[in-house]
Design a protein around this ligand. Structure first.
Ligand code: DGL
Length: 274
């Protein structure tokens, strides 16, 4: 197919902005469409079927908008829907259209960051239950022990902008304590939810200096850069105009207020239905 279009970046809500932000740093020349399904966030506690159906709707929407490459900037969607999308839903359709996730690039990289060979994974209920991080890390770093902990309250706190309240900070501290109690050898924690970098400073303060806290944005962005440098067919399908359009399934003014805060620049989104 001889068309070009923007890179689609999808998340259940605001979290994917932490990935988009890094794309804009390392690949600023491309056009982007960001889609947040804020009206139906959070996805983390939803069933496989529902996350799959919502994610497929979002990908189809971005495809109709002309995207030739869509990044699921959401661990929950990557864990629960990506494989089915790639291997069933989109198979035999448009052979040059691609959907990629955030788990594979993270697990290719994170293993080498731990000296104690023990990594803590903080994620949503859905991501943790899927065991995607354990399964994928086993392939790239079989010597690494993976210790997971689900934080079901973090996304609702961030989506409602309550993560910096006293209660929000207490919830975060408590989850970190529970993770660290599972294994004293943890020296690296991966924030395996794209919303969590919004609370990274509080996480770092809570764990102390002996544990490194890693967010996925820079990892995923560098892997995408590498992927595009190796895939001429995909590069040729992405339009270059330095633009970024924001779409949300919730109220646009509400999205703009939070997104402007998160990205530290003025955002003007439009409300869409999938
Ligand atoms: N940002 C999504 C993730 O990375 C949050 C999922 C949710 O909506 O709970 O998992």
């Amino acid at each position: 197919m001889n068309t070009i279009g923007p890179i689609g970046v999808f998340d259940s809500g605001y979290g994917g902005l932490t990935i988009l932000q890094e794309f804009l740093k390392v690949l600023p020349e491309y056009d982007y469409i960001y889609l947040g399904d804020n009206a139906r966030a959070p996805y983390g506690n939803r069933s496989f079927e529902v996350v799959h159906d919502f994610t497929l709707e979002a990908v189809r929407f971005l495809q109709k908008k002309g995207c030739r490459l869509v990044i699921l900037a959401c661990n929950t969607s990557s864990a629960k829907a990506l494989r089915t999308l790639q291997q069933i839903d989109l198979l035999n359709e448009d052979p040059d259209f691609r959907v990629l996730g955030v788990i594979r690039p993270s697990t290719e990289t994170i293993g080498a960051m731990s000296k104690s060979n023990c990594i803590g994974i903080l994620g949503t209920q859905g991501t943790v239950q899927s065991s995607s991080y354990k399964i994928e890390l086993e392939k790239f770093s079989p010597n690494i022990k993976v210790v997971q902990h689900a934080c079901p309250m973090w996304v609702p706190l961030i989506e409602s902008n309550k993560h910096h309240t006293d209660i929000g900070e207490k919830v975060i501290e408590n989850d970190i304590k529970e993770l660290l109690e599972k294994d004293a050898a943890i020296d690296t924690i991966l924030l395996a939810c794209t919303h969590y970098p919004l609370v990274i400073e509080h996480v770092k303060k809570s764990v102390g200096n002996h544990i490194q806290v890693v967010s996925q944005g820079p990892i995923v962005a560098n892997k995408l850069k590498d992927y595009l440098s190796r895939n001429e067919f995909m590069r040729a399908q992405i339009s270059k105009g330095n633009t970024c359009h924001f779409m949300t399934t919730e109220n646009a003014a509400v999205f703009d207020t939070s997104a402007t805060q998160f990205l530290a620049k003025q955002i003007r989104s439009i409300q869409v239905s999938l």
